[in-house]
Design a protein around this ligand. Structure first.
Ligand code: ADP
Ligand code: MG
Length: 858
């Protein structure tokens, strides 16, 4: 994880809450089958899905219980996918990120023989992701590369920037040390196996390179075998007699907590070819070590790291800005992982088996780390991720803990033998897709105006053009100087052999004079040019200083704007936080409202239900009332008729009896008269009683009341009742309120043994067992109604007396003081008429005959 920071690896980004994350990009590549007759158990069913079928043998063994399973990926590459297609999708964005100072990790995962190395490295003409990545990188940054040794790795995983002189000295030192010239153009292609990896017409280039920066590429290549790290680029002196086993390297954490291989060789490379050469050197070393140490290459992980250092050009656009804080370092790790199959599958023995076990262990750790990461991210748990359990995971810890783009190509061999291992690979791949990695943030802008390099180039071009116009460059070029000298008139031969020779010297003088004149002319011209040049330079300088002033102004303005931006950013953050809390509150309120509304709805439903039930009950009651009323009317009518019928029958019977008696009387009278000699009128023939009509009944009744029959002796009070209470020798409290009217009629109930009181008192009550209250009131028909309210007296627990009312007897009589409202048919008027019973014999103390009604209530 290398990001800007004082020329060293950057500080691990603090984890803000709103950090953006991307899932690990998992791609699947299916390689073609080895032979046409081989059984295929993997099928690509869409651009992002593959389906695995169990091979026939397995199906037969397990009763066909193996089902077809499908797995989804970011993209699936079928057997016909070319290397360039894969590169465009998988690695190109990572190179673009690398140039934008963002880190990347790309690894291939799969069973041995599934095409991991083919995908990563490729073969001649079919270069894999690694050579294509290098090619694209150099195609993009090629013209903007810094001179060698301007960037220099320090020993602590950082990169420093050196001044031009130091860089030049180092270059010279290196050139002196190396006998063989190292310019790529003069170098032979290192190995035919690596020649022509990439078709030139498939070259890729990223156009968004910041031209105002200088770039340098450093590569390192390590192998992790049996959980030991080996530097594949280390220049260890090779002793053919006693070859020393390679020394393993250790992992260190730099000051920004990034992991790096301590003391690992980082080679600065300036072209694709040079980078290839370095990679190839590492490959060769790896192969030699594997053979010599009897290692199985499929059980080792190889990590090729491309580190890109970049620093902005100064304001002139001429040299690198000598500011360490402006150096940005990013890296892309290209990892070819060991085969993921279980140990039993490889025929490893002895120490090899142990090694294989270890390698498997590191892949197991990778799997565990992914699982824990996923769990932590999905469930919000904080389980420790066991990165330290293996070197591979420890080295890449920061990609998962910090930030970066992580991509994995899962390689699949569709052959039947690999089916079960492939299933495991698929499960791991699916799980890995759910792990999220923090998206790398954009690097800050350096603050210098863009377009510096171009302007500088334009300035240089313009300068040389103008110089050319004014007679070419003044100093320096020996070729032009020689031409000038050659253009002077040639010197004549000046050997004097004859003393009388008077031609040679004058000729020489003439030539020299000519030369002198030409020289003077040239000096003049030179001076003029120098003056012109001076003038131009002055002009340039004044332009430059004015530009610098403008630039200074702009810079201060930019600083102000930056401040404003920073302020606004904090304000935005504050507002975002606020809006988040508000959203949260709104959420809660909405939930509460929903709950209340639900309550309301249920209560309303209940209310409606109850109202309906009430309505139903009311209707039912009304119906019942009507029915009851009908029944009451019916019963009343029935009973009225029945009563009438009985009264009539009784009357008839009584009349019959009366008639018989009358008859007997008459006969007796006749006998008496006969005996006494007295003769009366002829006896009236006996009248057969007829069935009385209602009218006649009334007449009869009137007649009878006019001459009262002494025989009517029905007691005015219910006889049974009376007997039960007074005849039993019980003592009564007879309560007659003073307000009662003295009716003075025969209807006064006579209660023997009674203590008469007008207000009841305890003393009287204590002596008695029974109580009767005479209560008078005016009935609706104007008659006085006397109610005898009777009760039992008993002692209370508190020592007092209590009356329990048991019976109400009603006696009704016309008010003697009121004028007669109801006149009965008959001729008599006056008080005597008020009651026809007052003349009756006093035996009938309490009776129920005409004028009296007796009602019993429970
Ligand atoms: P791994 O590294 O996973 O053990 P290799 O990359 O070495 O597997 O592949 C094994 C063999 O299969 C090699 O010979 C390789 O050329 C071939 N191969 C793998 N993938 C493909 C592919 N997509 N197209 C053609 N050949 C392939
Ligand atoms: Mg391989």
């Amino acid at each position: 994880m290398q990001r800007a920071g004082k020329g060293r690896t950057p500080r691990r980004p603090k984890k803000p809450s709103n950090i953006e994350k991307d899932p690990v990009g998992v791609y699947c590549r299916i390689r073609p089958l080895g032979g046409e007759d081989e059984e295929c158990c993997v099928e690509m069913i869409s651009r992002s899905t593959i389906q695995l079928h169990a091979p026939d043998g397995l199906k037969a063994n397990r009763n066909g219980e193996y089902k077809e399973t499908q797995y989804c990926f970011k993209k699936v590459f079928g057997i016909k996918t070319t290397q360039i297609e894969l590169f465009e999708d998988v690695a190109k964005p990572l190179i673009e990120d690398l140039i934008h100072c963002k880190n990347g990790l790309l690894f291939t995962y799969g069973v041995t023989g599934s095409g991991k190395t083919y995908t990563m490295t490729g073969s001649p003409g079919e270069g894999g992701l690694l050579p294509r990545s290098l090619d694209m990188l150099f195609n993009s940054i090629g013209p903007f590369q810094a001179k060698r040794f301007v960037f220099k790795p320090d020993e602590k995983n950082g990169i420093e920037v050196q001044n031009q002189v130091d860089a030049l000295l180092e270059r010279q030192k290196r050139d002196n040390q190396q006998s063989v010239p190292r310019t790529p153009s003069s170098r032979q292609r290192p190995d035919p196996e690596f020649a022509d990896m990439i078709n030139p017409d498939q070259a890729c280039k990223f156009e968004g390179v910041d031209e105002d920066c200088c770039y340098s590429v450093f590569v390192s290549y390590i192998e992790i075998y049996n959980n030991y790290i080996y530097d594949l680029l280390e220049d260890a002196p090779f002793d053919p007699v006693r070859p020393k086993p390679p020394q393993s390297k250790i992992l260190r954490e730099d000051q920004n907590h990034n992991m790096y291989v301590a003391g690992c060789t980082e080679v600065e490379v300036k072209s694709t070819e040079e980078a290839f050469e370095v990679f190839w050197k590492g490959q060769k070393k790896r192969r030699i070590a594997n053979t010599e140490l009897n290692r199985e290459s499929s059980r080792s992980h190889s990590v090729f790291t491309v580190k890109l250092a970049q620093a902005p050009l100064d304001a002139d656009g001429d040299h690198i800005l000598q500011d360490k804080s402006q150096v940005n370092v990013s890296q892309l790790c290209l990892v070819d992982l060991a085969g993921s199959e279980r140990t039993s599958r490889t025929r490893a023995e002895g120490s090899r088996l142990r090694e294989a076990g270890n390698i498997n262990q590191s892949l197991m750790t990778l799997r565990t780390c992914m699982e824990v990461l996923r769990e932590n991210q999905m469930c919000g748990t904080n389980r420790m991720v066991p990165y330290r359990d293996s070197k591979v995971t420890h080295l890449f810890k920061n990609y998962f803990d910090g930030e970066g783009k992580v991509r994995m190509v899962v390689c699949v061999n569709p052959k039947a033998e690999d089916y079960e291992e492939t299933l495991l690979v698929m499960r791991f791949a699916e799980m890995t897709q759910e792990v999220e990695v923090a998206r790398p943030v954009d690097r800050p802008i350096c603050g210098l105006t863009p377009g510096r390099r171009q302007r500088n180039q334009a300035f240089k071009d313009e300068l040389s053009r103008r110089l050319e116009e004014r007679g070419g460059p003044v100093n320096g070029d020996p070729v032009q100087l020689n031409q000038l000298i050659e253009s002077l008139p040639p010197l004549p031969p000046c050997e004097l052999s004859d003393p009388s020779d008077d031609q040679t010297l004058p000729r020489l003088m003439e030539v020299l004079e000519r030369r002198y004149r030409i020289r003077q002319k040239m000096t003049e011209q030179f001076n003029q040019t120098a003056n012109n040049m001076k003038y131009t330079l002055q002009q340039f300088e004044s332009q430059f200083s004015s530009k610098e002033n403008v630039l200074h102004d702009q810079r201060s303005k930019l600083g102000e704007k930056d401040k404003v931006i920073a302020n606004q950013r904090t304000e935005i953050e504050r507002l975002e936080k606020k809006s988040k809390t508000l959203e949260y509150k709104i959420d809660i309120l909405q939930k509460t409202t929903e709950m209340y509304e639900q309550d309301k709805r249920s209560l309303q439903q209940e209310l409606e239900g109850r109202e309906q039930r009430l309505q139903k009950e009311l209707a039912e009651r009304r119906r019942m009332e009507q029915r009851m009323q009908g029944m009451v009317t019916d019963t009343k009518l029935k009973w009225e008729r029945e009563c009438e019928r009985r009264v009539n029958a009784k009357q008839l019977e009584l009349q019959n009896k009366l008639w018989v008696k009358d008859e007997k009387l008459k006969q007796l009278k006749a006998i008496v008269t006969e005996n006494g000699g007295a003769s009366g009128g002829p006896a009236e023939p006996p009248r057969k009683p007829e069935r009385p009509s209602r009218e006649r009944d009334r007449n009869i009744a009137e007649k009878r009341s006019a001459s009262p029959t002494p025989l009517s002796t029905i007691p005015p009070v219910h006889p049974m009742h009376r007997r039960s209470h007074s005849a039993g020798g019980e003592k009564w409290v007879d309560h007659k309120p003073a307000s009662n009217l003295d009716l003075d009629t025969v209807m006064q109930p006579i209660i023997p043994n009674a203590i008469k009181v007008s207000t009841p008192n305890e003393k009287a009550l204590s002596k008695c067992h029974k109580y009767v209250l005479r209560h008078q009131e005016l009935a609706s028909d104007g008659e006085i109604e006397t109610k005898l309210i009777k009760g039992n007296v008993f002692k209370t627990r508190g020592g007092g007396q209590a009356v329990e009312f048991t019976d109400i007897e009603t006696l009704k009589q016309e008010d003697p003081t009121a004028p007669s409202r109801k006149r009965r048919s008959g001729s008599r008027e006056g008080p005597a008429q008020t009651d026809d019973i007052e003349n009756r014999p006093p035996v009938a103390n309490i009776s129920s005959s005409h004028g009296y009604q007796k009602r019993r209530r429970p």
